[in-house]
Design a protein around this ligand. Structure first.
Ligand SMILES: [Zn+2]
Length: 123
């Protein structure tokens, strides 16, 4: 009896495993043409992704929409969002930053020493 149950379970697992193996990963992308027609195209996850696709409604060239924004086509990454740190690095070299940090640390050390001296003087 015990044997029979176990056999069923193994069999079910095998069937599921076979089905799983046949599933091909697929990704859907949205393309939008200049007339705002939306075309959804499903690609195999391994396929090379085109940036443009022929609009299914009017045949015009549609641009792939990524995160609801049109894909950049050859635009330099100058417009890419920069972090505060990026901007800081543009204005100052790393050595300069280290110098500034050292200055700041010295200032803090001095201030702490002064504070300690004050505390001792007041007690
Ligand atoms: Zn169209």
């Amino acid at each position: 009896m015990d044997h029979g149950l176990r056999g069923t379970r193994i069999g079910a697992h095998t069937v599921f495993g076979g089905f799983d193996g046949e599933l091909e990963p697929r990704v859907s992308y949205l393309f939008r043409c200049e007339h705002n027609h939306e075309t959804t195209v499903t690609f195999s996850a391994e396929a090379e992704l085109p940036d443009t696709w022929g609009c299914r409604v009017c045949g015009a060239s549609a641009t792939r929409i990524a995160d609801d924004k049109p894909v950049d086509l050859g635009v330099s990454d100058a417009a890419a969002p920069r972090t505060h740190w990026d901007m800081l690095l543009e204005r100052r070299s790393l050595e300069e930053l280290e110098e500034l940090l050292e200055e700041r640390l010295n200032f803090l050390r001095e201030r702490r020493a002064t504070a300690l001296a004050d505390m001792r003087a007041n007690s």
